[in-house]
Design a protein around this ligand. Structure first.
Ligand code: GCV
Length: 666
């Protein structure tokens, strides 16, 4: 398989004078990240200016040879924060200063970005430090090469149960580092068969090699772990976290693993969820399980990232007292303060499962004494599977900006996962990856904006979604105004449009079973009775108020009261929190049923507008990119109509209420 360079595809910039005289990159290279920084700068400048600058092992001294930028100097400045950088012009040079080589690498990519955008170099003065300590990708790659919820081809880490470390992996590391991602989990949290053996001798050489390639780009390698590994490997009859023989098994195993792969960051664990084993089998808590593993990796500086996506997928959705939305909170809230310091709880952005609209997970603001990571999904499992455009950065911005009210100040989700609220360092943000071995990495070329955007946002959450979109368009496709305007429109309108023709007002799901693609109101496989939406001929929505499941009260005030009261609950979450008649008047002034009809027509109209605008970019984008995007847009146009017609018809038939605008509803 070939592969493209995405936003690292540097092209010659004929009219950009600022880089034409750069002749030297100066640095003292005493580690791989420093070497890679030099290599990246030389490569980028060569491609953009036509001349490759020389490397000199210099300490950035030398005479100031005049006002024209002639050299780039990389210098360690121990006064700065970890991974932070300062890029500034001084006489004839651009200085990149950082306290460590990771900061130098990020500063180098910052400078390259500025060059890609053809910014004036002589006035450059940019100081940045990453907001979130951990900025990670989670791959759900299986060792046979398939990817769970993968929509961009097969795995580039695994082929036929073997690990691959090749040129593509090298480019992968560069793509991640360029946007500030500093950790990655390469295998599926649903650890099956062979993947259990990643912690055995069979794979150590490759795991170590990979950890070194990634380490050279400031990225820590993590693995997903099978909680029941001692049993699955036939070396113990139990995985009870309080059993001495189990504790010893893990300590012995980790000693060997870290001796072979000293740079391993640690492990990600999904336990007691969707068929995965976990401590519940032994009547133990998740703290018992996580702490036992944390103790085993602690001597080696390892971290255990433990997922809070714990729920009973066999639950009877007809039972109005059980509520899947409560599950994460109910399982973990009582354990707050009992986890070791090298444990991080990883929490999905919402209480359900990456739906197009969900409230924020109530564990954010609930947990006060536990390290926390936010988990989002750029794979678009429920948001168009990289066949529909759905730029998710606006959604992530909303999640990060959400005030939890756990404190009077510094209480947003962003504050929590940046470590400001509770003064933590083991925290951050993870995204379920959207990459595969397709030539363009993400299937849909515009889905690359989600990968780029995730990294940029985790590093610099003050950037707006629009700024990130504009930046990505320029670094990927140049500075043509029509290209920028059109793609920015498409990206910025895509999540709102998708929400409009998808499940309405926060109710979620409505997808075909298993694949989770395409409309099917009663389809979700874990609710085989088709009752999760509680729709009948009179109304729709789940009562999660104090009269229902009580979920609304899991938030701090004022959210608890706002969500609990049907009159104050925001429209976009109304059906998540309340059961109302179809004739219920929204704050917008429309009835629920009319809102459903209108939004489904509007969403399709936006897609039509995207298609029309995109057609004008023919000849302005690389031919292959234009063709690939046009093909996917044609599918989205057809498929958004399928969504519109199925949802509108379902609710027309159920409610018997006609569209007041008299449009055809099949
Ligand atoms: C990796 C959803 C997906 C599963 C995924 C799970 C999870 O249920 O459909 O494929 O499993 O989330 O996040 O663990």
């Amino acid at each position: 398989m070939s592969f493209e360079q995405a936003y690292l595809n540097y092209t010659l910039k004929e009219n950009y004078e600022d880089i034409k005289n750069i002749r030297y990159v100066e640095a003292v290279c005493d580690d791989k990240r420093m070497e890679n920084s030099v290599a990246e700068l030389r490569l980028a400048i060569e491609k953009m200016s036509g001349t490759k600058p020389e490397y000199t092992a210099d300490d950035c001294g030398g005479e100031n040879a005049g006002p024209v930028i002639a050299r780039i100097c990389l210098k360690i400045n121990s006064q700065m924060d970890p991974e932070a950088y300062h890029v500034y012009a001084e006489g004839d040079k651009i200085m990149i200063e950082a306290s460590d080589s990771a900061g130098i690498l990020y500063g180098s990519f910052e400078l390259i970005r500025q060059m890609q955008m053809e910014k004036e170099l002589k006035t450059l003065d940019i100081k940045k430090k990453p907001d979130m300590p951990l900025r990670m990708l989670n791959h759900w790659d299986n060792m046979d090469g398939s990817i769970e919820r993968g929509y961009a081809g097969d795995s580039f880490f695994f082929v036929n149960n073997e690990m691959v470390v090749d040129e593509r992996i090298h480019t992968y590391a560069r793509l991640l580092a360029a946007v500030g991602i500093n950790g990655t989990v390469i295998n599926n949290v649903n650890v099956k068969e062979c993947a259990t053996y990643l912690i055995t001798e069979r794979y150590w050489d490759k795991v170590r090699e990979l950890s070194e390639v990634l380490g050279g780009y400031g990225i820590k390698l993590f693995l997903s772990l099978n909680y029941a590994a001692p049993v699955e490997m036939g070396e113990n009859t139990s995985a009870d976290p309080l059993d001495e023989s189990v504790i010893k098994w893990w300590k012995d195993r980790m000693k060997k693993v870290y001796a072979a792969v000293p740079k391993l960051g640690g492990f990600l664990i999904k336990a007691d969820s969707e068929g995965r084993p976990g401590p519940f089998t032994y009547n133990r808590t998740h703290a018992d399980g996580a702490n036992m593993l944390a103790e085993a990796v602690e001597p080696y500086g390892g971290t255990i990232i433990w997922r809070c996506f714990v729920y009973n997928c066999q639950q009877d959705w007809r039972d109005k007292k059980t509520d899947r939305a409560r599950s994460g909170y109910d399982n973990f809230m009582g354990l707050d303060g009992t986890f070791r310091d090298n444990v991080i709880l990883q929490i999905k952005n919402g209480p359900m499962d990456f739906q197009v609209r969900e409230p924020i997970h109530p564990l954010f603001g609930g947990l006060e004494k536990t390290n926390q990571m936010l988990e989002v999904q750029i794979a678009q499992e429920y948001t168009g599977q990289q066949r529909h455009i759905c730029y998710l950065i606006p959604m992530f911005k909303e999640v990060l900006a959400f005030r939890t009210y756990v404190r009077d100040t510094y209480d947003t989700v962003r504050d929590i996962v940046s470590g400001k609220t509770f003064h933590q360092r083991n925290c951050g943000m993870a995204a379920v990856s959207n990459m595969g071995n397709d030539d363009n990495w993400t299937g849909h070329d515009l889905a690359m904006a989600n990968l780029y955007g995730f990294g940029r946002l985790a590093f610099e959450p003050d950037l707006s979604a629009q700024e990130i979109a504009a930046e990505w368009i320029t670094v990927s496709y140049g500075r043509d105004e029509l290209v920028k305007e059109t793609i920015e429109y498409m990206l910025m309108e895509s999540w709102p449009a998708y929400e409009k023709y998808n499940a309405p007002l926060g109710i979620g799901w409505m997808v075909n079973p298993s694949f989770h693609y395409g409309p099917n109101v009663d389809g979700y496989e874990y609710d085989r009775w088709g009752t999760y939406h509680r729709a009948d001929h009179l109304g729709i929505g789940v009562d999660r108020s104090d009269k229902g499941t009580g979920y609304a009260l899991l938030y701090h005030e004022p959210h608890a009261s706002v969500y609990n009261n049907v009159d104050t609950c925001p429209d976009e979450l109304l059906l998540f929190f309340h059961h109302v008649p179809y004739t219920w008047k929204l704050k917008s002034g429309k009835t629920v049923i009319q809102h459903i009809y209108d939004t489904h027509f509007e969403g399709v109209e936006t897609v039509d507008e995207m298609v029309a605008r995109f057609a004008k970019l023919e000849g302005k984008l690389p031919e292959l990119v234009f063709k690939r995007v046009a093909d996917r847009l044609a599918h989205q146009k057809m498929h958004s109509r399928e969504w519109r017609d199925q949802i509108n018809t379902y609710f027309y038939r159920k409610s018997g209420i006609a569209d007041e605008k008299g449009r055809t509803i099949y």
